[in-house]
Design a protein around this ligand. Structure first.
Ligand code: KIV
Length: 265
């Protein structure tokens, strides 16, 4: 019997210094694989737009897109805790809108929602938590604000470290379950991690966080380019290309299907 990972386990893991693993997933196929591999959290990230929908940013992803992806992931995962991103435009206007959007994601199978923003979103985080929905906050570099931030760049260098720390403390106070730190200097992320009761999950934030998250297609070598902070743990893209080449060749030379893969009367 699989022991389901639940919201309360993450503080316990931080306390016991057990690193938390999180990977993105947008479909049932990868969700089943990552779940069986023992990944603690599956993030139905709005990177869905870049990875699966061919967009060049996350801002075009809609709540309907996220609902469909969340339903697919939750249908396949047995153990992992499922976090779904609130997409751009689904929570910024007011806390009521945010609660409404979060409810849609929970109905689709999310066990927590993630939203981007620190102090400026504290009120909204609190409203969603009060509605009974766990929230993961996302601070540092926040891709939905890429236009305002001037592109993907490290946040919290030098004096700006205090700004990121103030965001982290604010989301904890607002009731967040955990906080993602994206593209934050390792020393800043380590200091924030030591200052919080809730776990930090880093992406491009060094080794001092309580957990790590990566976009699955980056870590599995599905793309020609990855951000510099990504380690490639497998060459799945190359393996898939080789399989497709072999298949094409076998069909064209009529080696597939052979007798073993054909029905007989
Ligand atoms: O959508 C996503 O993949 C994310 C990660 C970068 C944390 O939010």
């Amino acid at each position: 019997m699989v022991k389901k990972v639940r919201a309360h386990h993450f503080r316990q893991m931080k306390h016991e210094r057990t690193p938390i693993t999180m990977l993105t997933s947008y479909d049932a196929l990868t969700a089943r694989i990552f779940d069986h591999a023992g990944t603690d959290m599956l993030l139905v990230g709005d990177s869905y737009g870049n990875v699966c929908l061919g967009y060049d940013s996350t801002v075009r992803v809609t709540l309907a897109d996220m609902v469909r992806a969340t339903a697919a992931v939750s249908s396949a995962a047995e153990r992992a805790f499922i976090v779904a991103d609130l997409p751009f435009g689904s929570y910024e206007a007011c806390p009521e809108e945010a609660v409404h959007s979060a409810v849609e994601l929970v109905r689709a199978g999310a066990e927590a929602v993630k939203l981007e923003g620190g102090r400026r979103q504290a009120h909204t985080i609190n409203a969603i938590v009060q509605a009974g929905i766990p929230v993961v906050a996302h601070i540092g570099y926040t891709p939905q604000s890429q236009n305002a931030l001037g592109g993907a760049r490290v946040q919290g260098r030098g004096d700006a470290a205090e700004e990121v720390k103030a965001d982290a403390l604010a989301v904890e106070k607002a009731g967040a379950l955990a906080v993602v730190l994206e593209m934050v200097p390792a020393e800043t992320a380590t200091d924030i991690t030591a200052s919080l009761e809730i776990p930090t999950i880093g992406i491009g934030a060094g080794n001092g966080c309580d957990g790590q998250v990566l976009v699955w297609s980056d870590m599995a070598g599905m793309t020609d380019w990855q951000p510099s902070f990504v380690q490639v743990f497998g060459q799945v893209g190359q393996a898939l290309t080789a399989a497709a080449l072999d298949y094409n060749e076998a069909v064209r030379t009529r080696q597939f299907p052979d007798a073993q893969h054909s029905f007989t009367n």
